[in-house]
Write a protein that binds this ligand. Structure first.
Ligand SMILES: Cc1cc2nc3c(=O)[nH]c(=O)nc-3n(C[C@H](O)[C@H](O)[C@H](O)COP(=O)(O)OP(=O)(O)OC[C@H]3O[C@@H](n4cnc5c(N)ncnc54)[C@H](O)[C@@H]3O)c2cc1C
Length: 483
């Protein structure tokens, strides 16, 4: 039997963007129903094992990838979306990037107002700079190598409260110390009357002049307006399946690719313990000044399965390396990517993602990989493991010669993505899918409020900027005279 609900605003997806939009609207007095495809994960059931937690917390059991399987692309499924299993870095979008986006009409408010809104989001997240004694050995070697190489670095802010340092953030905090979207937005939202339905995947939106109908499995919601926040991978799929045809939907995807590099040290690193990512090496982040290009170096979340998947080689090579797991440092290059990929709807309703770095993006990744390998040798690494199949391990900085000439096709280089974004971009021009007030072009009653909205790549971990977009779209809606 189909359950029927009606409300003023139906928000689809409860991650960083959707929870911020829903709670903001509920606080302003709107009658809001929030639909979430996945379940409500209860932290006391998190068993700190990758084998059981990855399938539970991640969309497609954590196995989603680009169409040719060359880049795994991870995102969350469940109340709170990807904020439940993210690593807790709380980094605002840089001003230069925001200025670049504002020039294209890609912000709902001025740059100053967006920055002020990001401060509000940081406050809600309880973001604080990681204490010195929380910087684990994996991040200490990054800082030491950066100092030696003359690369700028910062100790980042995190949304974690009285963290025990167990290190399992990426498979959900069993101690419930992450101030994720449930703490920052949904708890208050429910107090303000927000209704939440979990296990409620939406298949289609029917956008009519007299109101919208949201159809899911066993559920139909009638609403005056709909806010789609199903993530940069699934918002374009849902919009396409609902019949919206704009070419800008799904065509501007940025994967924010991450190229992993590991290093073997004589001293013990135990990279899986402690706050996983506290040091950000910003020395190559050209986008911090010019709004475009460059990379940051940051540690990887180094659980045993993730490390084994990303170190180079197969079989005995990996087994040999994992026997020295305790001495492995693990980090990577996070690229501010300029080239775009695409996401389209497959017949089975899942996203079909196409993306591979080319041109300047490829140059930037190789530059970052070299910089990280040199940094590790400067910090005392015995051996460095590169993401190139043709040169998987090097014993000294001189062996890095010629990296730029190595093949760089799919499967030649190990890459991954945990920050897909910008697939339904906001902007003033017709090439943008969404207007600056969050309205989807060509739709009557549909807005977007998640990481899809970025006009381009943000360059830094995106949750703060996504929550800010979600909150601002909610505020714009709440302020409209019709409400
Ligand atoms: C391993 C990992 C570590 C990360 N670490 C950090 C970090 O430290 N700092 C940082 O800033 N960012 C981090 N991120 C990224 C950040 O968490 C995401 O970019 C952000 O949460 C995306 O917000 P969103 O609202 O766009 O989508 P999501 O947070 O992914 O939420 C989308 C929600 O929509 C739901 N949904 C999808 N389709 C439907 C449908 N049809 N019907 C109903 N609901 C639907 C999904 O189930 C999901 O819950 C990390 C991500 C990963 C994967």
């Amino acid at each position: 039997m189909t359950r029927e609900l009606s409300c003023e605003i139906c928000v689809i997806g409860s991650g960083a963007g959707g929870s911020a939009a829903a709670a903001t609207l509920a606080a302003a007095g709107s009658d809001v129903v929030l639909l979430e495809a996945g379940p409500h994960h209860v932290p006391s059931t998190f068993d700190q094992r990758e084998a059981t937690m990855m399938p539970r917390l991640f969309a497609d059991a954590g196995l989603a990838a680009t169409r040719d399987q060359s880049i795994p692309v991870m995102s969350g499924r469940g109340l709170g979306g990807s904020t439940v299993h993210n690593t807790g870095l709380a980094v605002p979008a840089p001003r230069a990037v925001l200025e670049n986006w504002a020039a294209r009409g890609g912000l709902p408010v001025s740059v100053d107002a967006f920055e002020a809104a990001q401060e509000e989001v940081l406050r809600r997240l309880g973001a604080r700079v990681v204490d010195n004694d929380e910087i684990n050995a994996n991040n200490q070697v990054l800082a030491a190598g950066a100092k030696d190489r003359g690369l700028d670095f910062v100790v980042a802010r995190h949304n974690r409260d009285r963290c025990s340092g167990c290190g399992y953030c990426m498979i959900g905090c069993a101690y419930n110390k992450k101030r994720n979207a449930l703490f920052a937005w949904l708890e208050g939202g429910v107090t303000d009357g927000l209704r939440i339905v979990v296990d409620a995947p939406v298949d289609r939106i029917i956008d009519r002049a007299d109101g919208a109908i949201v159809r899911g499995r066993d559920l139909e919601v009638r609403a005056k307006e709909v806010v789609v926040a199903a993530s940069a991978l699934r918002t374009p799929v849902l919009l396409r399946r609902s019949g919206f045809r704009s070419r800008a939907i799904g065509g501007n995807l940025r994967l924010h690719p991450f190229a992993p590099v590991a290093a073997l040290f004589d001293h013990r690193i135990a990279a899986w313990r402690g706050v996983p990512q506290s040091v950000l090496v910003t020395g190559g982040a050209r986008f911090l000044q010019g709004g475009r290009g460059g990379w940051i170096l940051m540690a990887g979340a180094a659980g045993p399965a993730a490390t084994a998947a990303f170190v180079p080689g197969h079989g005995r090579d990996v087994a040999g390396l994992m026997a020295r797991y305790g001495h492995l440092a693990f980090a990577g290059v996070l690229l501010h990517d300029e080239g775009h990929g695409s996401v389209r709807a497959r017949k089975d309703g899942r996203p079909e993602i196409r993306s591979w770095p080319r041109g300047d993006d490829r140059v930037g990744l190789v530059e970052g990989i070299r910089a990280l390998a040199e940094l590790y040798f400067a910090a005392g690494a015995r051996e460095v493991f590169l993401p190139f199949t043709r040169r998987p391990r090097v014993g000294s900085a001189s062996e890095l010669d010629g990296l730029e000439r190595l093949p760089f096709r799919p499967y030649d280089v190990t890459l991954s993505s945990v920050h897909p974004q910008a697939s339904v971009p906001m902007g003033a021009g017709r090439d943008a899918a969404v207007r600056p007030d969050g309205r989807l072009r060509g739709a009557r009653r549909v807005r977007v409020a998640d990481g899809s909205l970025f006009p381009g790549s943000v360059g830094v971990p995106p949750q703060v900027a996504i929550m800010t977009y979600g909150m601002l779209v909610g505020q714009v809606m709440a302020a409209e005279p019709s409400r």
